[in-house]
Design a protein around this ligand. Structure first.
Ligand SMILES: Nc1ncnc2c1ncn2[C@@H]1O[C@H](COP(=O)(O)OP(=O)(O)OP(=O)(O)O)[C@@H](O)[C@H]1O
Ligand SMILES: [Mg+2]
Length: 302
């Protein structure tokens, strides 16, 4: 097996997008006018972003032995992401997120976590800790994978850093529940709303609060406003790039790829933030979370 630098651990989903004439209310019927599907899952998108930038990556997760599961595994292989850590459950269904988008771009999302939520600690396969530099976590709906993540962080060798994008799902759990995980997290990657939910504070004070919990770097995504990054000593507010946004799905995941790539390449925090904003801007000018993710040759000298 090739040596892996970064492994992701999060939900694996197929994103099924349906264009509809309008989003149905209770007892109402509306029509699907077009549909498409994309490989998805927050950590998975970030890992593909890192793979495109030349990082050796792998993934820990679970799919079922169905068409969706095969679709996700095939796409990872195409992107050169190692799939040895992905368990294939003979029964059940692979995670699916159904998105309904109406003619003015309003969305309704339905999540079917499927076998994602049945991951147990004993199922986690990580063949090679030695070369591993970073483990990137994102959220799950259910408790079993959350407990597995808490257990895993206690057993990792010290040289493996942990990054976490809590998403709304983990932000909603609150600081108290997240504490056992946060104690081991070096890099926390929330958006502004998630940070507010976790700390009750704005981006600057909220980040400070999380640094006191033992996190080394807090990087806050602020949508069109860009980002805020701090490690306690340095603070950077960095504006986003001006682009014509087409589909912001996965903007945060793409941002994480750029930021983590910068850190892995030993760049300073300001440069990491600029790289992250750039990768996110490339993501949002294309449909889907992964389509626009750049390759190393697309990165301009910043
Ligand atoms: N309209 C936009 N124009 C330019 N850049 C944008 C725009 N929207 C988002 N970005 C970039 O994408 C980054 C991440 O977006 P955002 O803050 O929405 O993350 P998020 O809420 O975590 O997204 P996600 O829904 O993917 O989880 C921002 O920090 C910014 O750099
Ligand atoms: Mg996000």
């Amino acid at each position: 097996m090739s040596k892996l630098d970064v492994v992701g651990f999060g939900a694996l989903n197929v994103d099924k997008l349906f264009k509809v004439n309008r989003i149905a209310q209770e007892d109402e019927e509306s029509f699907v006018t077009a549909s498409s599907q994309f490989p998805g899952g927050s950590a998975a998108n970030t890992i593909v972003g890192l793979a495109r930038l030349g990082i050796q990556t792998g993934f820990i997760g679970k799919v079922a032995n169905d068409r969706e599961g095969q679709f996700l595994l095939k796409d990872f292989k195409r992107e050169n992401v190692n799939t040895n850590g992905i368990a294939v459950e003979p029964n059940g269904s692979t995670g699916v997120v159904m998105g309904f988008v109406d003619t003015i771009g309003e969305r309704a999302l339905y999540v079917a976590p499927g076998v994602n939520d049945t991951i147990r600690f004993e199922e986690i396969i990580l063949e090679d800790f030695e070369s591993l530099r970073l483990l990137h976590f994102t959220s799950f709906v259910g408790n079993s994978p959350f407990e597995s993540q808490k257990k895993l962080v206690q057993q990792l060798p010290r040289h493996v850093k942990i990054s976490l994008d809590p998403g709304m799902l983990y932000a909603k759990r609150g600081l108290k529940q997240l504490k056992p995980l946060l104690k081991h997290v070096s890099i926390l990657l929330p958006n502004e709303a998630e940070l507010k939910l976790l700390t009750g504070l704005g981006f600057e004070d909220g980040s400070q609060e999380l640094l006191t919990q033992g996190v080394e770097i807090v990087a806050v995504k602020r949508g069109t406003m860009g980002c805020f990054i701090t490690n306690g000593e340095e603070k950077h507010v960095i504006k986003s790039l001006t682009v014509r946004a087409m589909d912001t799905t996965g903007a945060g995941d793409a941002w994480n790829s750029g930021f983590l790539y910068g850190l892995l390449s030993n760049k300073g925090l300001f440069e990491c933030g600029r790289l992250a904003n750039f990768v996110a801007s490339r993501c949002i000018v294309k449909m889907g979370a992964r389509t626009g993710l750049p390759r190393i040759t697309d990165i301009p000298k910043l």
